[in-house]
Each structure stands twice: as C-alpha cells, then as structure tokens.
Design a protein around this ligand. Structure first.
Ligand SMILES: [Zn+2]
Length: 265
C-alpha cells in the first residue's frame, strides 16, 4: 500500500493518509482491528457492505461547531471502496451540538432481586460517531464528563454507582398510557440546566417507577451498541456495558428521579 494504511488479517479497511492524520494513531489502529466497521450501509450508494469481505473506505466529514468554532466535530462513516476513496471532507455549515445531545436512546432495566431492586437507564446517542478532532476522543463522552457524570470501570458495574447530584430524571405520563416520558437534565455549577434527553417514551412498570423514585436511577451512558441490538438479554447487556467500560467510553452514576403528574396506584 503506497498511499494508505491497510488492515491486517482478513479485514479490508482502507484509511488514507489524510484521514489517518485527522483520526490519530489510536483511532486508526482501532478501525483496522475492528469490530467497527463491520457490516454497514454505504453512505454513497446506500447498499449494504461488509468490511470483512469487501474493500471499505473510511471517510471523515468535518463540521464546524456553532458552540465551539475552534473544535470541529468529526463524523466517521463507511463506504465501499468502489464508491468512494478514503477522504476528508470539510463541511461549511456549522452544526449545533445541542440537538445531538438531546437525541439519546434510553433503555430501562430493573436489576437485583425483590429485596433489593435497582432501577437503571442505559443512555446511548442516536448518532454515536461524533468525535472531537482536537482530542481524538468521543464528543459525547467528553460532554458527559464535563456535565458531571463519572467515568466507570468494569468494577463499578455491580454497584449503583457514585452519586451524581447534578443530574435527575423526570418521569411523566406518556402517550400511549403505558409509556412514560423521561427527561434527563443536568445542572452544572453556575450554568443553565442542560436537557440531555427529552420527550422519549420508555415502557416501564410501576415497580420500576417506585424503585427509581425511592432508590434513584443508575444511569449508564456510553457507546454500548445496545441501541441497535435486537436481543437484549441480561448477558448481552452486561457484556456490552463491560466492553464500553474497558474502552473508556462508559460514564454514569446514580441520579435522582422524580415523577410529575402520575397518580398513586
Ligand atoms: Zn457503495
């Protein structure tokens, strides 16, 4: 390979020099090793691709950020090598981060046993591949840490997590009536409260709600891949959380939960 970096083993991931310069060594090594990109939809032709079987280009789109012009965001996407070379494309239109941070997927879980139940929420961005190009780490993880969530290790998973007093979950009746709306807000020192996830319906039973209100909610925020995982049995969930923790992309803590407009049962 004269002008690019090729993946070892059977993977067929093509990363050009200019893309490698933007992503940094660690990210390049990660993409070459996998599992991402694996199977994907090509951004050019929309047809499925598989980096294990066909030449796959890593493309970077760089966006100026309205809130922080000096720190552009990098979106990493995949295309068949036949459809596009591995290139960096600078977009002119600044994007605002706020809609991205408000666009979170929430998965409720009830853990523990009858005597010590624990309510949990897994939060995952709907559009996960946003990287901050100046620091080579994920923009969501950076923002969550900035807003007070704690970096979690695998050893933290069995526990409720460190208390995070600046965050809370507000649970309201949803539509249809067996759904609840969740708003997650965080209120860092001296700043306007930030609504992180809003208007999302989750389906939980009264037991989850009561547990959440009395014991708080364990919030796990990370790049777990669970949003697109169809079968979320407990083992799959724990493995995904552990993988994210190992990768340094799992943050969270125990937050308080309040209900609004719910009748007592
Ligand atoms: Zn294609």
């Amino acid at each position: 390979m004269s002008d690019g970096l090729g993946a070892p083993s059977g993977r067929r991931v093509v990363i050009s020099r200019e893309v490698a310069e933007v992503l940094g060594e660690a990210k390049v090594a990660e993409l070459l090793a996998g599992p991402e990109p694996g199977e994907y939809d090509c951004v050019i032709c929309d047809l499925p691709g598989d980096a294990e079987r066909e030449d796959t280009s890593v493309l970077v789109r760089r966006f100026p950020v309205a809130e922080a012009p000096s720190r552009p965001l990098v979106n990493i996407i995949w295309a068949h090598a036949a459809c596009s070379a591995s290139t960096v494309e600078d977009r002119d239109t600044p994007i605002s981060l706020t809609p991205y941070f408000r666009s979170q997927h929430l998965i409720p879980l009830l853990l523990g046993d009858d005597t010590a139940p624990r309510a949990a929420l897994i939060m995952e961005p709907v559009m996960p591949a946003l990287h901050n190009s100046t620091t080579d780490s994920n923009a969501y993880v950076q923002a969550w840490l900035r807003e007070g969530l704690c970096l979690l290790s695998v050893g933290d998973l069995p526990h409720a997590g460190p208390d995070v007093p600046t965050w809370r979950a507000v649970l309201m009746p949803g539509d249809p009536p067996d759904q609840y709306r969740v708003t997650l807000t965080c209120r860092a020192d001296g700043r306007e409260p930030l609504t992180v996830a809003d208007g999302l319906g989750i389906r939980v039973d009264r037991g989850w709600l009561d547990t959440a209100v009395t014991g708080g909610v364990t919030l796990w925020a990370g790049l777990t891949g669970l949003r697109t995982t169809a079968k979320r049995d407990p083992e799959t969930v724990v493995r995904a959380l552990a993988d994210a923790a190992f990768a340094g992309t799992l943050v969270g803590g125990r937050i308080t939960a309040v209900t609004l407009g719910l009748h007592d049962s």
